[in-house]
Design a protein around this ligand. Structure first.
Ligand SMILES: Cc1cc2nc3c(=O)[nH]c(=O)nc-3n(C[C@H](O)[C@H](O)[C@H](O)COP(=O)(O)OP(=O)(O)OC[C@H]3O[C@@H](n4cnc5c(N)ncnc54)[C@H](O)[C@@H]3O)c2cc1C
Length: 299
């Protein structure tokens, strides 16, 4: 199968079909798949996918597609060379768009753009008694974000106390093999926003005892802190979609990252992927403590 588009859907489908024994050619015009995710972790994932047999054609533009007997041929070029990929099936995963044409929204006074229905932060549309939520509103096209918005929209439609949506703590997971989970900013985004005052803490799965005993040694966690608080958390590896929630709780509730080190974690579990970086943050905090700095010099 040829998959066009290396976003979350294309990458997930590539992993899933590859696991079922389907040969996969994944084509993306960008230099790497999942180009909105943390490049350091995406590079590890890309290597893993290649080892698993997925042929990644990044930086390649599809030029022409045609039927060839029972199959399909797709011409792609990487700027200098062009090649023809052949497969039984093609899956286009180049993005989704709202399905709002022909609904007559303008008759109801509901404003929209090609990106979807326009709402305010209370999810009220330009028609005061019509609310909207989910993919058709965006900006995060996930089931859990649709659920979050639905609760806000219904609450605002029926209750006097109005709630605004807050996307500061959006989180998601791309279910590739292994999974890539994320909450908040990438390192690059954090550096753009906070400058060099951000600190990054990492832990490789291969360094954890559970990673070794389970032979789940592919992947890494990466936590980005500003003034001791998490502004970004990224986990690539086994159970990443579950493990991200410890960071997500700390980030959403404003709990300083180092405090997770004070929490007793069960050994040997993958939770070390969060606990160890929290310990590194704890050590940094000790090193930054002015009283301890003086004491160290004195001693
Ligand atoms: C391949 C794929 C994998 C995904 N994996 C994940 C994942 O792992 N985790 C995650 O969080 N999200 C995932 N998503 C995204 C997730 O599916 C969407 O974010 C979620 O379904 C949005 O819910 P929704 O109710 O807004 O829209 P939808 O689920 O699209 O529901 C809209 C419904 O409205 C109906 N409809 C449309 N027009 C009309 C009409 N005129 N009249 C009546 N009914 C109409 C449609 O038939 C549909 O049933 C995935 C998406 C895709 C495509």
């Amino acid at each position: 199968m040829i998959i066009i588009g290396g976003g979350p859907v294309g990458a997930e489908m590539a992993s899933a079909f590859n696991s079922l024994g389907v040969g996969i050619d994944l084509v993306d015009k960008c230099g790497r798949i999942l180009n909105k995710e943390d490049p350091e972790l995406v590079d590890i994932l890309s290597s893993r996918m290649k080892e698993a047999g997925i042929r990644l054609h990044t930086g390649c533009k599809p030029l022409a597609i045609k039927r060839e007997g029972d199959g399909i041929a797709l011409d792609i070029e990487d700027g200098t060379n062009s090649v023809t990929l052949r497969a039984e099936e093609v899956l286009a995963a180049t993005g989704r768009r709202p399905n709002i044409e022909g609904l007559g929204l303008e008759n109801a006074g509901v404003e929209y753009t090609p990106r979807g229905i326009t709402t305010d932060r209370r999810l009220r549309t330009s028609a005061p008694n019509i609310y909207a939520c989910g993919d058709v509103v965006g900006p995060f096209l996930f089931s859990h974000m649709a659920e979050y918005q639905a609760i806000v929209a219904v609450r605002n439609a029926f209750l006097p106390f109005q709630k605004k949506v807050d996307y500061e703590n959006a989180a998601w997971c791309t279910f590739t093999d292994p999974e890539l989970a994320r909450a908040g900013l990438t390192e690059e985004e954090a550096r753009d926003k906070y400058g060099d005052r951000v600190r990054v803490y990492r832990r490789a799965y291969g360094e954890t005892d559970r990673g070794k005993t389970d032979a789940s040694d592919v992947g890494m966690s990466k936590f980005i802190c500003h003034r001791g608080r998490l502004v970004g958390a990224h986990i690539l590896g086994a159970h990443a979609g579950e493990l991200i929630h410890e960071a997500q709780v700390a980030k959403s509730l404003g709990i300083p990252f180092h405090r997770l080190y004070e929490v007793i974690h069960v050994y040997p579990t993958f939770s070390d992927i969060v606990k160890h970086p929290a310990k590194l943050c704890y050590i940094d905090r000790l090193k930054d403590n002015p009283f301890l700095k003086i004491l160290r010099r004195f001693l």
